[in-house]
Design a protein around this ligand. Structure first.
Ligand SMILES: NC(=O)c1ccc[n+]([C@@H]2O[C@H](COP(=O)([O-])OP(=O)(O)OC[C@H]3O[C@@H](n4cnc5c(N)ncnc54)[C@H](O)[C@@H]3O)[C@@H](O)[C@H]2O)c1
Length: 353
């Protein structure tokens, strides 16, 4: 039997218990889950019992002393840096949830610790794993859209005030809908179009909810990519779940690829393209025959969190660097900082300036 990498989980809350651990247990064949840790020991105990994990504990030190090679960090973002550094110092490879950290300086500390320990780091950009999003990237890379003109990514949910919720405590979350959900969208557009965001502007507001501290529930961002294309990234905590579209749309000189519901925790969604082989002549009537070139894509959904565990485990086993790297995470923090600065100062801000 081939070797399995042993994993531990730090933070057994919402995403870990709802998606990552269940998909780990159901789908992953190259790794095994041997320990779970949560500040709340009872929580760790329940998750261990539910998913048949042999060991549970309430401290990083106890988890990191276990016989395991990799950890999944799924705690609030204000402790990602500290826990990454601790895990690296213990010689563990790290899969860390988004947002990677709060500041660029934190990312630098994480990078230094991983480099010194010679361990791998992967950022949990799970939306890249949706099979339809992968197909969209494949089409873009094959040149199907011609010159890229615009990409739009939307992720929204209904998120009312909840006492004690860390996302609503700005001292822990450091941002609202844009940081929590927009980071997925920003990364996805860059990855799909194989480019990076160089300039941003936009609005972030608190329109609806009475949160305990001030975080935005409404974020509408404009971006310019290095390849010249524009981006629209819209994230709201105040639109009913059933009404949202979670739209992902790319437009280019040869057509468009349109998806609904492929940004989200479910591995499902719908996608179609309207593509033409050549750029066409001018038609003053602007006739829109949307059926002639329409193609629908039907692919079997595969759990995106389970795929992430498999992918990172393969990187460890084959000693290769995951694409979702610390450099990618540092850039993400710079984009977030530029967006909040742009919103605050009501202007266009260069990323990393
Ligand atoms: N990739 C995705 O699709 C996705 C979805 C949701 C959340 N997330 C990210 O995952 C992380 C966790 O979010 P969540 O929604 O699961 O939060 P959550 O509050 O539901 O769970 C967090 C868990 O971490 C525990 N915890 C808090 N501080 C800790 C510490 N210092 N050490 C150990 N455990 C600690 C809490 O007790 C809780 O059980 C966040 O970074 C979030 O942005 C990612």
């Amino acid at each position: 039997m081939s070797k399995k990498i042993k994993w531990g989980v730090i933070g057994c809350g919402g995403i870990a218990a709802r998606r990552t651990i269940p998909e780990f247990k159901q789908m992953v064949t190259n790794a095994e889950l041997v320990s779970v840790m949560d500040l709340d020991l009872q929580r760790a105990k329940e998750v261990a019992a539910q998913f048949d994990v042999p060991h549970f504990c309430a401290t990083e030190a106890e988890l990191l002393a276990q016989d395991l090679q990799a950890v999944y960090i799924a705690t609030p973002p204000n402790v990602h840096c500290r826990q990454t550094v601790q895990a690296a110092q213990a010689g563990k490879h790290i899969l860390c949830e988004k947002p990677i950290a709060i500041t660029v300086d934190e990312v630098d500390q994480m990078e230094a610790a991983c480099a010194k320990a010679g361990v791998k780091f992967m950022l949990a950009w799970c939306m890249r794993q949706n099979v339809l999003n992968k197909k969209m990237r494949e089409l873009v890379q094959a040149g199907a859209l011609g010159k890229l003109v615009m990409g739009r990514a939307q992720l929204t949910c209904w998120y009312p005030p909840i006492p004690g919720a860390w996302r609503q405590d700005v001292a822990i979350s450091h941002g609202g809908a844009m940081l929590d959900m927009g980071t997925h969208c920003l990364d996805l557009l860059e990855w799909l179009m194989d480019t990076t965001i160089v300039e941003v502007t936009g609005f972030t507001d608190l329109l609806v909810h009475k949160y305990a501290t001030r975080i935005e529930d409404t974020s509408t961002i404009l971006a310019r990519f290095r390849n010249g294309a524009h981006g629209i990234i819209d994230n709201y905590f105040n639109v009913p779940d059933a009404a949202t579209q979670n739209a992902l749309e790319l437009f280019g000189t040869k057509g468009s690829i349109i998806a609904r519901g492929t940004i989200g925790q479910d591995p499902t969604g719908e996608m179609f393209s309207i593509l033409q082989a050549q750029e066409t002549g001018y038609d003053a009537n602007q006739v829109r025959d949307t059926e002639a070139n329409r193609q629908d894509y039907k692919l079997e959904p595969i759990g995106i969190y389970g795929q992430m565990i498999t992918l990172f485990t393969d990187c460890i086993l084959q000693d290769r660097q995951p694409p979702e790297s610390l450099a990618n995470g540092r850039h993400s923090v710079q984009v977030v900082n530029a967006i909040y600065q742009a919103a605050r100062e009501r202007r266009v801000v260069e990323v990393g300036a």
